[in-house]
Design a protein around this ligand. Sequence first.
Ligand code: M6R
Length: 615
Amino acid sequence: MCGIVGYVGAQAALDVVMAGLKRLEYRGYDSAGVAILADGGMAAAKKAGKLANLEKELGDRPLPTGTTGIGHTRWATHGGPTDANAHPHLDNAGRVAVVHNGIIENFACLRAELAERGHTLASETDTEVVAHLLAEEYSACADPAEAMRLVCRRLEGAFTLVAVHADEPDVVVGARRNSPLVVGVGDGESFLASDVAAFIAHTRSAIELGQDQVVELRRDGVTVTGFDGRPAEVRSYHVDWDASAAEMGGYDYFMLKEIAEQPKAVADTLLGRIDPAGSLTLDEVRIPPGVLREVDKVVVVACGTAFHAGLIAKYAIEHWTRIPCEVELASEFRYRDPILDPRSLVIAISQSGETMDTLMALRHAREQGSRVLAICNTNGSTIPRESDAVLYTRAGPEVAVASTKAFLTQLVACYLVALYLGQVRGTKWGDEIRAVVRDLAEISGAVQRVLETMEPVRELARSLAGKGTVLFLGRHVGYPVALEGALKLKELAYMHAEGFAAGELKHGPIALIEEDLPVVVVVPSPRGRSVLHDKIVSNIQEIRARGARTIVIAEEGDETVVPYADHLIRVPATPTLLQPLVTTVPLQVFACELATARGNEVDQPRNLAKSVTVE
Ligand code: M6R
């Protein structure tokens, strides 16, 4: 949830750290702080609120210049978003500074122990104990990495920690357990961050830090060890996108840019998936085909928008492979003691690859002997690393908290996985697979056409800025699209928004319909499953008769809906199962514009964070 940066090199550390924090602000933005080693001591500043507040503080009270520093942008867990609770946290002598992402579960007893030994703790956070413990351990061993290892062995929970000590002006130490931390290796400089975006402007050479590892960062290189002190194997990789991919590129918000990037993201996710022999290939599959042929149940686990992608995947998986598929919120999964065995295939979908609920669900599945296939947008993140197989979406960095291009690429990946299972199990012929892949290849152009016709949607959204509630209806794959449209509106516009299966309307929700209530209806194609189409046209009539203002999303050429649509949004015709790839786009634009009209922060909605690394 929080964003962390560490730097040691020849540049002014404050500039590097602040630029990195700007890139990581999506991870949390309720307070921020920095600590710089300079003139033999420690200089720190921290402020509640967005990074801009810290920038102002640094303008009013500049810190001395130093070339080693750390920084943090916070999403509060323990202790509210105040100046005192902002990171970094220092020990009583002000020689150690530490920043943290995660939750230290045994902090209360550590805090009591420290108080007994005479330490005074100034914040309500779980993090502060670490600064004090590091100071104690360092005074005994005079080795910052060893002090970190000793402290980590006493901590329970999930944490990324990055610390500096005033006695070691050219060293930054970091540690990782169940929370992301990557190392950047530059020329005469080294970086640590929650995400490569923080240092991509300086280097594209990165090292994945493994579970329970400590890294010591110096200008001329890094040393990685386990919490037990044993040297660790270092896995380096090259980041294949550059800084411009994470810039706004002329858009007012990252979300607008990311919505506009969807045609490319969809096309990129399809690239190279079919080999010259016409077979589908995934990125890393460590599951033998024989095991996949034995699979008798698929379970998709995910959260939020990724969960909606999973709901849509169910239709494709069951239709194309005839394997029963369950879709479950990752946060609920392991607590209901799900029935899993080696014949269950679990698919974990996550943009960030760090969502703790999803990670814990996949670990639970693997403990039961099930294989896990990850669909993920972040190379080298924890979820794909702990899975048996991976299909990477190629959306590029998604910075806005509201997921857009990641969702569309997750859908593409889900379709590919369903086809892959069909291929391995022989329920889909090669030519059938190629036909669907050809349909998918046309979606990029269809999404582009939707984007080019969005002005009336924006106008409509602005006209609804004063409304309190918007409802969304859909059937079949349109139902998860309705859920996704409602989620987007909730998180961005802070409005009451709900998605329903249109058939459920008469079982209760129709009582909500009142004069001029905006109701968005996602209409399936009249071709293919015409029964679905006819049913939803009846639903539109039912709500309109009760005063609803109908906003109808329908395929080009579908004239039957025209008499019942107060507002009609057209999307290109697609095969029924693939329709969410085009019908979701107007809902993203709608929510973004409505949020803007209400004066909300589009990229960083209140109370949210991009990457939810706590349960
Ligand atoms: O990184 P993940 O895909 O695992 O994140 C899951 C959800 O937290 C995420 O989709 C969230 O619901 C988005 N903010 C929705 O726009």
